[in-house]
Structures are given as C-alpha cells and as structure tokens.
Write a protein that binds this ligand. Structure first.
Ligand code: MG
Length: 220
C-alpha cells in the first residue's frame, strides 16, 4: 500500500512534529526568568540550566540549580518553579518539513493529533506550533487516563473515519505499540529522545529520519 492511500493520520506531537528538547529549553528559560533579579542574571541562570540539561539531563535539575545559586531548596519553591515551567507559553517551532507534512496529510485525509503529557502543557505546545489548522481534532491521552500505548483514547474515533489508518510517531513503546494494538499501520520517525531505540518487536511500514524525509516518501 502507498502512503497516499491512507485516509486517517494519527500524528504524535513531541519529537515527531517538533523537538521536545526545545520545549525543555524554553521552559528552563522561563524558570530562569522567575529566579533572576534582572535580565543579565536571567541570562546567566538560563545558560546554567540549558548547559546542565544538555550535558547531565533534567533529573533534579531545579534542586541542583538552587544549590548552585546558594538558594534554599524549599519544596514550595520547587513546586512554584515546576508550575512556571508547565504553564509557560513555549517558544518552539515545527521541524523542517513538518508544515509540508501536515498540509499534505490534511489534503489526503483527516489528521488527528494524539499526544501524551499534561493536557494543559500539550495544548500550549499545540497553540505555539499552530497545528490545529491542519488537524480535525487533538486527543490528549492523559485527559482520558489512557497514556500511550493504551488505545482507549483513540479507539472510539476510528469508527468515525473511512479508509485505512496510519499512525506517525517517534516512540516505539508508545506510538508503534499503540498502532499495533489498534491494528493499524505505523511510520516511525527516528529523531529526538528515542532515536536510537530499536523499533522491534513492532514493525512499522516505514522508518524515516525526519518529517522532511516523510514528505518525500509520500511523493514516491
Ligand atoms: Mg513523541
């Protein structure tokens, strides 16, 4: 079957249409702004947080930052900063080719964004990326207590659309497994956090390195 034969596209968000890393960096910038007394201190704290995230990771990053700043690490302050992170309006952008991909999927059939994560955070990401203009709806799996690969959030939709279904995502254990459970085909994008993970035991109909490559494959 050709990719252009599908009529319903279940499209993941994080690390599929944009890089989740960029969201984290954006959130850490917001946290730095909250902690700083002026713009130059905000810049320095953001640089520390970004470097720490990119080299060490995000585990306990706020505690480590407060410690580096010589500030007390109260759980109230950490909770406040986590709130700033989660509620900030992210500065993120679609990956190269993602706009063309969404346009072309929407011209062939229906696009449904299917995303895990806190619904309010995911909604802010969708708003920043402007993906609603190409999607007929967005499914926030967590709002239905059905994180991927649980199919409960998507299963009721399938009856409302005609034609073959294709899932597009980056995370084998979530997106590919979910497609398998739904009995639909999947395309794997090898990018972001899970890029090095094998697709097995699932068998996507195709693996591509980027949205731009997937656009090309739709034209084949
Ligand atoms: Mg993802």
């Amino acid at each position: 079957m050709k990719l252009s034969d599908y009529r319903l596209f279940l499209v993941d968000l994080d690390d599929t249409l944009y890089l989740e890393r960029d969201y984290v960096l954006s959130g850490l910038t917001a946290v730095a702004g909250e902690l700083a007394r002026d713009a130059s201190e905000a810049e320095a704290i953001a640089a520390w947080l970004h470097h720490h995230f990119l080299t060490v990771g995000r585990d306990r990053i706020l505690d480590q930052c407060l410690s580096a700043l010589g500030r007390s690490q109260s759980s109230d302050l950490i909770e406040h900063l986590v709130g700033i992170y989660r509620e900030h309006d992210p500065a993120i952008a679609l990956l190269p080719g993602a706009t063309d991909l969404l346009k072309s999927l929407a011209s062939m059939g229906s696009v449904v964004i299917v995303t895990d994560g806190l619904p309010s955070m995911q909604a802010r990401k969708c708003h920043a990326l402007g993906v609603a203009q190409w999607a007929v709806q967005t499914v926030y799996c967590w709002s239905q207590q059905a994180p991927k690969p649980d199919t409960a959030s998507v299963l009721p939709l399938l009856g409302h659309y005609d034609g073959p279904v294709l899932m597009i995502g980056d995370n084998p254990g979530h997106d590919l497994c979910m497609a398998d459970r739904l009995g639909v085909d999947a395309v794997r994008l090898r990018q972001g956090r899970f890029a090095a993970e094998p697709s097995s035991p699932w068998t996507p109909v195709m693996e591509v390195a980027s949205p731009a490559e997937l656009v090309e494959r739709f034209r084949d």
